[in-house]
Design a protein. Structure first.
Length: 132
Protein backbone atom coordinates (compact mmCIF):
# COMPACT_ATOMS: atom_id res chain seq x y z
CA UNK A 1 0.00 0.00 0.00
CA UNK A 2 1.45 3.35 -1.06
CA UNK A 3 1.60 6.49 1.03
CA UNK A 4 -0.92 9.13 0.10
CA UNK A 5 0.33 12.66 -0.42
CA UNK A 6 -1.73 14.74 1.99
CA UNK A 7 -1.67 18.48 1.52
CA UNK A 8 -1.56 20.06 5.02
CA UNK A 9 -3.76 23.02 4.08
CA UNK A 10 -6.46 20.68 2.75
CA UNK A 11 -6.16 18.55 5.88
CA UNK A 12 -6.50 21.59 8.14
CA UNK A 13 -9.44 22.92 6.13
CA UNK A 14 -11.26 19.58 6.14
CA UNK A 15 -10.51 19.10 9.83
CA UNK A 16 -11.89 22.56 10.61
CA UNK A 17 -15.03 21.91 8.56
CA UNK A 18 -15.52 18.56 10.28
CA UNK A 19 -15.19 20.13 13.72
CA UNK A 20 -17.67 22.89 12.83
CA UNK A 21 -20.15 20.33 11.49
CA UNK A 22 -19.68 18.12 14.56
CA UNK A 23 -20.22 20.99 17.00
CA UNK A 24 -23.16 22.17 14.92
CA UNK A 25 -24.73 18.71 15.03
CA UNK A 26 -24.66 18.89 18.83
CA UNK A 27 -25.72 22.51 19.15
CA UNK A 28 -28.55 22.34 16.60
CA UNK A 29 -29.51 18.69 17.04
CA UNK A 30 -33.07 19.73 17.81
CA UNK A 31 -33.43 20.90 14.19
CA UNK A 32 -32.01 17.72 12.66
CA UNK A 33 -33.67 14.37 12.02
CA UNK A 34 -33.40 12.28 15.19
CA UNK A 35 -31.05 9.69 13.67
CA UNK A 36 -28.67 12.41 12.46
CA UNK A 37 -28.83 14.28 15.76
CA UNK A 38 -27.96 11.14 17.71
CA UNK A 39 -25.15 9.74 15.56
CA UNK A 40 -23.63 12.54 13.43
CA UNK A 41 -21.47 14.03 16.18
CA UNK A 42 -19.74 10.76 17.01
CA UNK A 43 -19.25 9.88 13.33
CA UNK A 44 -17.76 13.31 12.70
CA UNK A 45 -15.51 12.84 15.77
CA UNK A 46 -14.12 9.69 14.13
CA UNK A 47 -13.61 11.54 10.85
CA UNK A 48 -11.88 14.42 12.68
CA UNK A 49 -9.56 11.96 14.42
CA UNK A 50 -8.69 10.35 11.08
CA UNK A 51 -7.98 13.77 9.52
CA UNK A 52 -5.91 14.90 12.53
CA UNK A 53 -3.78 11.76 12.51
CA UNK A 54 -3.29 12.10 8.75
CA UNK A 55 -2.15 15.67 9.32
CA UNK A 56 0.43 14.85 12.00
CA UNK A 57 1.55 11.60 10.30
CA UNK A 58 1.72 12.64 6.63
CA UNK A 59 3.91 9.74 5.48
CA UNK A 60 1.66 7.03 6.89
CA UNK A 61 -0.59 5.11 4.51
CA UNK A 62 -4.34 5.59 4.59
CA UNK A 63 -4.85 2.09 5.96
CA UNK A 64 -2.43 2.65 8.83
CA UNK A 65 -3.94 6.04 9.67
CA UNK A 66 -7.39 4.43 9.71
CA UNK A 67 -6.17 1.54 11.89
CA UNK A 68 -4.49 3.93 14.32
CA UNK A 69 -7.64 6.08 14.46
CA UNK A 70 -9.71 2.99 15.27
CA UNK A 71 -7.33 2.02 18.09
CA UNK A 72 -7.28 5.56 19.53
CA UNK A 73 -11.08 5.83 19.37
CA UNK A 74 -11.43 2.45 21.10
CA UNK A 75 -9.03 3.53 23.86
CA UNK A 76 -10.86 6.84 24.32
CA UNK A 77 -14.24 5.09 24.49
CA UNK A 78 -12.96 2.45 26.92
CA UNK A 79 -11.45 5.22 29.06
CA UNK A 80 -15.01 6.37 29.71
CA UNK A 81 -15.46 3.28 31.90
CA UNK A 82 -12.77 4.67 34.22
CA UNK A 83 -13.93 7.29 36.69
CA UNK A 84 -11.40 8.92 38.95
CA UNK A 85 -11.66 12.49 40.19
CA UNK A 86 -8.75 13.72 38.06
CA UNK A 87 -10.07 12.39 34.74
CA UNK A 88 -13.66 13.34 35.52
CA UNK A 89 -12.45 16.89 36.20
CA UNK A 90 -10.75 16.89 32.78
CA UNK A 91 -14.00 15.67 31.21
CA UNK A 92 -15.87 18.56 32.84
CA UNK A 93 -13.89 21.07 30.78
CA UNK A 94 -15.24 21.89 27.33
CA UNK A 95 -12.25 20.54 25.40
CA UNK A 96 -11.87 17.54 27.71
CA UNK A 97 -15.51 16.60 27.25
CA UNK A 98 -15.27 16.97 23.48
CA UNK A 99 -12.15 14.82 23.24
CA UNK A 100 -12.73 12.23 25.97
CA UNK A 101 -16.52 12.05 26.13
CA UNK A 102 -18.49 11.11 29.22
CA UNK A 103 -20.07 7.67 29.15
CA UNK A 104 -19.31 4.44 27.35
CA UNK A 105 -21.68 3.47 24.53
CA UNK A 106 -21.20 0.61 22.06
CA UNK A 107 -22.95 2.69 19.41
CA UNK A 108 -20.19 5.30 19.67
CA UNK A 109 -17.67 2.72 18.46
CA UNK A 110 -19.83 2.02 15.41
CA UNK A 111 -20.10 5.77 14.71
CA UNK A 112 -16.34 6.26 15.07
CA UNK A 113 -15.72 3.39 12.64
CA UNK A 114 -18.20 4.90 10.17
CA UNK A 115 -16.49 8.31 10.33
CA UNK A 116 -13.01 6.81 10.01
CA UNK A 117 -14.20 4.59 7.15
CA UNK A 118 -15.66 7.61 5.38
CA UNK A 119 -12.38 9.49 5.73
CA UNK A 120 -10.34 6.54 4.45
CA UNK A 121 -12.70 5.96 1.52
CA UNK A 122 -12.60 9.62 0.51
CA UNK A 123 -8.81 9.70 0.78
CA UNK A 124 -8.45 6.55 -1.34
CA UNK A 125 -10.86 7.96 -3.94
CA UNK A 126 -8.96 11.26 -4.04
CA UNK A 127 -5.65 9.43 -4.44
CA UNK A 128 -7.07 7.27 -7.22
CA UNK A 129 -8.44 10.31 -9.02
CA UNK A 130 -5.07 12.11 -8.75
CA UNK A 131 -3.21 9.13 -10.26
CA UNK A 132 -5.41 9.11 -13.38
Amino acid sequence: MRSVRRHPLWQIGLLGLTVVLGLGSRRFGFALPEFVAIYAGDSLWGLALFLFLGLILPGMTTGWVAALALVVSLVVELSQLYHAPWIDSVRQTTIGGLILGFGFLWSDLVCYAAGIGLGAALEWMAATTRRR
